[in-house]
Design a protein around this ligand. Structure first.
Ligand code: AMP
Length: 273
């Protein structure tokens, strides 16, 4: 496995290659969720590139940028074991200048749900993703459905900026008790981890209701909030795949999303029904 730190060196290394390239951007502290993205990239492409970069522009003031878990050595081992061809570890200085061009997330879709709790967050996400995609120029790039709004905005960016990359959504990987894997789960105390299960339980409740043909969004949301109590709920949202609110579940075209705060940790989860 080749490890590259400099964006220009990586760009040069990948330039004029004839192989298909699968790209998995991450912020490190790799877990089984990331590994399933890498596996999918490995299955579908000749070359696999993984990036690890804790992108400062997507953190708001007061968020966990400085304490974000970092496990570079373990991450490198995981990538080697997963047969990654190139691991890209850029620095902040390599990726950003002081005064430069950046992207703005759409004014509505970028400022609802997680964008409402973290205004400006998606500007940073889209800016770093377009930079990474331009450096790597992959055939396919892999993103988790767990970050459904991020995935939706990246797909919009690729479409509206006429970019030449296929975005591949990957299913959420969970612990055996249902908690969605997340690098931020390490912040949870054992008691908080038990509390956090209310999030996946509320989604499980929603999917049970849907399978019993309860399709009314308000009813489902109410039942989910009962399961989530007394957690601080940032939002429960029932949307179609275009990310518009819907009054009735449309089977095959609906995402049910939750964001809740457990202790001091914000956790996201969703299911696609
Ligand atoms: P992060 O390192 O948290 O920025 O995540 C990097 C990529 O992994 C993103 O596309 C995430 O959506 C994806 N991801 C994170 N957690 C999971 C999970 N539990 N299952 C599947 N994909 C995930």
């Amino acid at each position: 496995m080749k490890i590259i730190y400099d964006p220009l060196e990586l760009q040069e290394y990948l330039k004029n290659r004839s192989e298909t390239i699968g790209f998995v951007p991450t912020m490190g502290a790799l877990h089984e969720g990331h590994i399933s993205l890498i596996k999918k990239a490995r299955e579908q492409n000749e070359l696999v590139v993984v990036s690890i970069f804790v992108n400062p522009t997507q953190f708001l003031k007061g968020e966990d940028l400085d304490s974000y878990p970092s496990k570079n050595e373990a991450d490198t081992k995981i990538c080697k074991l997963a047969n990654v061809d190139v691991l890209f570890f850029p620095t902040k200085e390599g990726m950003y200048l002081n005064d430069e061009v950046s992207l703005l997330a759409p004014k509505v879709r970028g400022y609802v749900l997680e964008g409402a709790t973290r205004p400006g967050h998606f500007n940073g996400v889209l800016t770093v993703v377009i930079k990474l995609l331009n450096i790597v120029r992959p055939t396919r790039a892999y993103f988790g459905k767990k970050d459904a709004q991020q995935l939706n905005l990246i797909m919009l960016m690729v479409k509206h900026l006429f970019m030449h990359v296929e975005i591949i959504p990957v299913d959420t990987v969970r612990d055996s008790d249902g908690l969605a894997k997340s690098s931020r789960n390490v912040y949870l105390s054992p008691e908080e981890r038990v509390e956090a299960l209310k999030i996946s339980k509320s989604l499980h409740e929603a999917s049970k209701l849907v399978s019993r043909r309860e399709l009314n969004s308000r009813q489902i949301e109410e039942k989910m909030r009962e399961v989530l109590a007394p957690l601080e709920v940032a939002y429960v949202a029932i949307l179609n795949r275009e990310f518009e609110r819907i009054d009735e579940i449309q089977i095959g075209n609906t995402v049910i999303l939750v964001e809740a705060v457990v202790g001091r940790t914000r956790l996201l989860d969703n299911i696609w029904v």
